[in-house]
Ligand binder design. Structure first.
Ligand SMILES: [Zn+2]
Length: 237
């Protein structure tokens, strides 16, 4: 029966379409890309966290440096007056020298604090540099993966278009009710709605039909749609 042969052709195309869609949804590159994107998100979170700590240290360092420069300015001013010759009263000179000594001690304290914050900042900067390198590596990999995915999806889509067109051509001569029945069976039976009967065996469920059943099928008038009594699929003798 030509219509049933056409139905098998439709089945072949439908199976090919299913395989292509499955292939498109399960590209290994897609899975890897999801991993890479997850790693990038985690890296961004770590970068934000360490970055905030580094910025905090940097702000403190800046405050200390500003304070240091204002103390240095002050020392400069006092020393300038001290050595200008404008001041000659010994008591005043002594007071100014004490001022310079005290400012120098203060400067030394601030220098220690600047050094401490620099030391605190160093490992954070190093960590951020390492994160940036990791990010660049992951971004490059993600770009390659996206490109590979786009290429494969393009190829698969082209194959899908061909298969869909061929499917439509093959289905054109099949009556709607038979296509409808086939679609329902396909939905229930893992994508296979029609199967060839080969040597008394249903190639849908791979079970051998009982002799009595085969006999019954043989005696059906031409054009009758027969279903496998094991799996219910449309049998094509
Ligand atoms: Zn069967």
């Amino acid at each position: 029966m030509a219509v049933l042969e056409d139905l098998l052709v439709v089945q072949e195309h439908d199976s090919a379409i299913d395989r292509l869609r499955y292939k498109k949804e399960t590209l290994p590159e897609q899975a890897r890309l999801a991993e890479v994107e997850k790693a990038l998100a985690a890296l961004d979170a770590s970068t934000a966290e360490v970055g905030a700590r580094r910025d905090d240290v940097a702000r403190r360092q800046q405050r200390h440096e500003d304070e240091l420069s204002s103390v240095e300015t002050k020392i400069g001013e006092v020393e300038k007056r001290l050595y200008s010759g404008a001041v000659s009263a010994p008591r005043e000179l002594q007071a100014m020298q004490a001022d310079v000594a005290s400012l120098n001690r203060h400067r030394s304290d601030i220098e220690d604090r600047v050094l401490e914050t620099m030391q605190e900042r160093e490992p954070l900067d190093a960590e951020l540099t390492a994160f940036a390198e990791q990010r660049a590596g992951l971004e490059a990999e993600a770009d390659q993966l996206r490109q590979a995915i786009a290429e494969q999806v393009g190829e698969i889509d082209a194959e899908l278009a061909t298969e869909l067109e061929a499917r439509q051509t093959a289905a054109a001569s099949i009556p709607d009710d038979l296509i409808g029945q086939y679609e329902r069976l396909r939905g229930k039976q893992g994508g296979v709605g029609a199967a060839r009967l080969v040597n008394g065996r249903c190639s849908g469920c791979h079970l051998t039909l009982p002799a009595t059943e085969l006999d019954r099928i043989r005696r059906e008038p031409a054009g009758t749609v027969v279903l496998c009594d094991q799996c219910g699929r449309i049998l094509v003798p």
